[in-house]
Design a protein around this ligand. Structure first.
Ligand SMILES: Nc1nc2c(ncn2[C@@H]2O[C@H](COP(=O)(O)OP(=O)(O)OP(=O)(O)O)[C@@H](O)[C@H]2O)c(=O)[nH]1
Length: 653
């Protein structure tokens, strides 16, 4: 279907109308709609089927009348042994009394039949595993355990293979011979290099043409609340950390123990304890390598993941990393005289740059937290001045008035955060929502549940001694669960999802939109880094160094020429880039080409360009996946253009 490309009247408008590219990108949505359901209800129905049993190997929901899995041929009786549960990773049958797999330590998934859930094991008591089979497996387990002790962590995967092989022998059928049905759990022997789809030559269309994969959202039944990834951004020293810390404290997310600890630290450091200090300590405690601090709290409707990144201009790339994960944002503005003006200054105010970047990364809903109102005596006039000036700029960035919420507050004096203000000076003129209510009133984000998984890696922690790598990031599309095989691109390393953490708690599955930490096993830690992308083994993301982009040039003094050197950002990846072609200039009103091959690009122009990157990156066309196709270009420490990937081109040598 041809896409409507709607260009606006000025540079801001036309850039932000790029959203119109998404008219038909969500094939998962179309798929669900064809079935008369939205994706969400689709999933829910899959989860609540009665009269089905779930295959512990491929997770397909089979009718009760089936004795073998319709997809992978795994026999039902093998999965519903009374008194045991079947480990989806190493396939060992554990006794019901344990919740961790005796062999590989994976957490039991109560939603998978045979793994402690699904059709009740009592109902299938006629299909009891013979004790001799169980004990023979225990012998194998013992053997494997001995091997593990003797050979160390590197032997883990080999040993797992042994368990798997023996288990397969036991069943009298070969998993490998069952063919390829998109089963993630059975992909351990698939050689990526021999895969028919070479990631580097794959065109971006292949993902969208792919059949939506079977999806299991075990945790969704438990999840009453929608997930909202909320970035907190703003000019340096506007009070982001203070605000985050204060919110977390008021919502009981910073414990008494933590408070004592931080109070002690603060006393040692001399100055008064500032709530922002807590967030900074949290930043450190939740992983030294973490660039974007993550904290969690609940509102009435959301489980909020707060993404806090530093505001200094040197950290804009870090802020971009946070922005790529965000569904909505709080833009913190310092109301004090001079400070607001510095933030909105055209020559380098981060209030301006952050707002532009947020919009370019698809964040449509924004809360403007006008902080430090105590510094200006809670003056309505000052609030109106800030609102008018910033409002004009936000409109030029294509933020709709209805999607912008203005909240006057003081993080320091706890005014208007989780309750209405108590200070009469503010109460006398402001009757709007307090910050927590404003967060709660945001529109729930749409998710791509029905596509194969894609998760750009934001950060990672390596534990070589345990042979594990923990990666964190936001799942852009799809869903995954413990035991799934994933492909790490561009290294093409296969790994097993050993465990998952969300909201600092272990969970069995994760779905699009969620910010998760995934513990990967069976992977060379040196072959994973931030900016890599986790994919479904059958649907590797494209890897290239050559892209066609549609860009909007921001306020620049020096024109962009063929050969200009830039810093290229996409999701969590950053690469040096060179402009190799300027294909055309576009009319801001019609979007039509106005000039072929212009010699240079000036401020506020729209153009199609080609760039070659110094290294390879994982990337997707914006029309296929928004989160992996939005880019920003920077030079001399400033963002000079925003854009999106229109074509993934053949890599350049
Ligand atoms: N008067 C007043 N000061 C505040 C308020 N909120 C924060 N501050 C102060 O502003 C300064 C900066 O606060 P931070 O929370 O560190 O600011 P930030 O935006 O996180 O700073 P970066 O992470 O460096 O960008 C600190 O000295 C805070 O105590 C407020 O509501 N009123």
């Amino acid at each position: 279907m041809p896409r409507k490309i709607n260009y606006g009247v000025d540079y801001e408008e036309d850039f932000y109308d790029y959203e119109d590219y998404n008219d038909d990108y969500d094939d998962g949505y179309e798929y669900a709609e064809k079935n008369g359901r939205t994706p969400e209800t689709n999933i829910k129905q899959e989860l609540t089927k009665v009269g089905y049993w779930r295959c512990s190997i491929c997770t397909f929901d089979n009718r009760d009348s089936m004795n073998v899995c319709d997809i992978c041929g795994n026999p039902e009786q093998e999965q519903v042994k009374a008194g045991v549960w079947h480990c989806p990773i190493c396939t060992f049958d554990n006794e019901d009394t344990t919740n961790l797999c005796d062999i590989c330590g994976v957490l039991r998934n109560p939603f998978i039949k045979g793994c402690g859930g699904g059709k009740a094991s009592a109902a299938t008591s006629d299909k009891v595993l013979q004790t001799d089979v169980l004990s023979s497996k225990k012998e194998i387990a013992g053997e494997v355990k001995r091997e593990l002790v003797a050979e160390g962590p590197s032997s883990f995967s080999t040993s797992m293979e042994k368990v798997r092989r023996d288990d397969v022998k036991d069943r009298g059928s070969s998993i490998e011979s069952r063919g390829n049905h998109g089963i993630m759990t059975n992909m351990s022997n698939v050689s990526v290099s021999s895969h028919p789809q070479n990631a580097e030559s794959r065109t971006a269309t292949s993902r969208s043409q792919s059949k939506p994969q079977k999806i299991v959202h075990a945790d969704q039944l438990e999840d009453k609340l929608d997930h909202l990834n909320l970035a907190i951004v703003g000019h340096v020293d506007s009070g982001k950390s203070t605000l985050s810390g204060r919110l977390l404290h008021l919502l009981g997310k910073i414990s008494q123990k933590e408070m004592h600890k931080y109070e002690k630290e603060a006393k040692q450091q001399g100055p008064l304890l500032m709530p922002g200090h807590w967030m900074r300590v949290l930043r450190k405690e939740r992983g030294i390598t973490m660039t974007v601090a993550v904290a969690y709290f609940n509102t009435k409707s959301y489980c909020v993941v707060l993404l806090d990144s530093p505001g200094h201009r040197d950290f804009v790339p870090t802020m971009i990393s946070g922005a790529t994960q965000a569904d909505a944002a709080i833009l913190v503005v310092d109301a004090s005289i001079g400070a607001f003006e510095a933030g909105i200054d055209v020559t380098g105010g981060q209030t301006r740059e952050h707002a532009q970047l947020m919009k370019s990364f698809g964040v449509d809903q924004i809360i403007i937290a006008i902080n430090k109102m105590d510094e200006v005596g809670y003056s309505k006039e000052r609030f109106d001045t800030v609102k008018n000036q910033l409002g004009t700029f936000l409109r030029s960035c294509k933020f709709k008035d209805s999607s912008v919420l203005w909240i006057p507050l003081s993080a320091m004096e706890n005014q208007n955060l989780v309750t209405s203000p108590s200070d009469a000076r503010l109460l006398s003129w402001f009757q709007g929502p307090f910050l927590l209510d404003a967060i709660d009133s945001l529109q729930p984000p749409q998710r791509d549940y029905s596509k194969p998984i894609l998760m750009p890696i934001c950060d990672l922690v390596k534990s070589p001694s345990q042979g594990q790598v923990s990666v964190c990031g936001k799942l852009e599309t799809g869903a995954l669960q413990t035991g799934d095989k994933v492909l790490v691109m561009p290294s093409r390393e296969m790994a097993t999802v050993c465990s998952l953490e969300h909201n600092s708690q272990v969970c069995n599955s994760a779905k699009a939109g969620e910010n998760v930490t995934i513990n990967l096993q069976g992977i060379d830690a040196n072959r994973v880094m931030a900016g890599d992308v986790l994919c479904h083994p059958e649907y590797p993301i494209a890897v290239t160094n050559h892209l066609e982009l549609k860009v909007l040039i921001l306020d620049i003094a020096v024109p962009i020429l063929i050969g200009s050197q830039l810093e290229f950002h996409v999701h969590h990846a950053k690469e040096a880039a060179r402009v190799v072609r300027i294909l055309s200039l576009l009319d801001p009103k019609t979007g039509k080409e106005t000039k072929k091959s212009p010699r240079c690009l000036l401020a506020k122009q729209n153009a199609i360009i080609e760039v070659v990157l110094q290294g390879m990156i994982c990337v997707e066309e914006h029309s296929k996946c928004k989160g992996l196709g939005r880019v920003s270009l920077r030079a001399s420490g400033r963002t000079i253009a925003l854009g999106l990937v229109t074509r993934v081109l053949e890599k350049k040598e």
